[in-house]
Ligand binder design. Structure first.
Ligand code: ADP
Ligand code: MG
Length: 293
């Protein structure tokens, strides 16, 4: 007797911008204990602009920006776009870089004028073992408290500058967390960004559990951690990096345009890039279940 209900339910879902790749997942959404959200671009707007620059002595902001933009020339990451845009806005001439390498979940590397240059976040610093000058450390702490993402410029192993990027929490995210709590669902957040930024966003939204500075290859382990405490878990994300976590979750939800990889790893696709649809999805699942009885 289930098929009719499922059919109604999926067409209703489709009208609400939800594409169901796995019908069982749609039925089971009513049983979720915890929903994990990717931070950047899901709970936040993700349109990061460079709002502040700090350099060490002997390096100008323009030099730092030009060098960083050169290294980021080949990257599609939102951070790379923001740095290139900032360099453009200030009319900074970028030197030419070669031999680009993406360092997944950490940053980028390239060779510029015979120098080895990295741009990346705290995850990258931990692998390079470069010393952080006091001045840049203070800058990073202050930026983190203001929920700004910090990336560093490292030239031949030495930290020469830091950039602060602003992101804003999506208006809808506040309601999403409250509404899920009212439905008895815990909310977690998973990000490659720093502890500082992650906690600033989580505190602001009232998120229960935070996983920060997580490397792409470790994201699915965080999902598993929650499953091991007995939770029935959904993961909401859009990036290539989120694919293993979407697969690992009991219900994988790809949001927005998403990358192909994310979409293929998901059970449900939320077509509009709006986290409120996660709440509607759970409510729809609960409503359908009541009808079946
Ligand atoms: P998220 O989990 O927020 O989607 P990613 O896994 O894409 O983040 O990246 C994690 C971290 O790695 C970023 O916050 C940043 O510190 C660093 N990073 C990744 N790509 C780049 C890049 N192209 N330039 C600078 N930093 C980068
Ligand atoms: Mg992401």
């Amino acid at each position: 007797a289930i098929p009719l209900v499922v059919a109604i339910n999926t067409s209703l879902a489709a009208r609400n911008g939800m594409l169901i790749r796995d019908r069982i997942a749609m039925e089971q959404a009513r049983e979720l204990d915890t929903i994990i959200f990717d931070k950047t671009g899901t709970l936040t707007e993700g349109e990061q602009g460079v709002v502040d620059i700090e350099t060490v002595e002997g390096v100008t902001e323009e030099e730092a920006l030009g060098l960083a933009a050169a290294v980021e020339a080949d990257s599609e990451h939102m951070i790379a776009e923001a740095i290139r845009e900032a360099a453009n806005e200030r009319d900074v001439a970028s030197p030419r870089a070669a031999d680009f390498e993406a360092i997944k979940g950490r940053g980028v590397w390239a060779r510029v004028d015979g120098q080895s240059v990295h741009v990346g976040g705290p995850n990258l610093l931990s692998t390079l073992e470069s010393e952080v000058p006091d001045q840049l450390r203070t800058f990073a702490e202050r930026s983190g408290e203001n929920a700004r993402t910090v990336v560093y410029l490292i030239r031949d192993g030495e930290l020469v500058a830091a950039f602060a990027l602003a992101d804003v929490i999506r208006e809808e995210s506040y309601h999403v967390v409250d509404a899920l709590h009212e439905l008895g669902i815990e909310v977690a957040m998973l990000t490659g960004d720093s502890e500082d930024v992650a906690h600033a966003v989580a505190d602001e939204l009232g998120i229960d559990t935070v996983f920060a500075e997580v490397l792409p290859e470790d994201k699915d382990e965080k999902v598993q951690e929650l499953q091991e405490r007995g939770d029935f878990v959904a993961m909401v994300g859009d990036g290539v990096n989120d694919a293993p976590a979407l697969t690992r979750a009991d219900i994988g939800i790809a949001i927005g345009s998403g990358t192909d990889v994310a979409v293929q790893s998901a059970d449900i696709i939320l077509v509009q890039n709006n986290p409120t649809d996660v709440v509607r999805l759970v409510k729809l699942s609960k409503a359908s279940y009541r009808k079946m009885r």
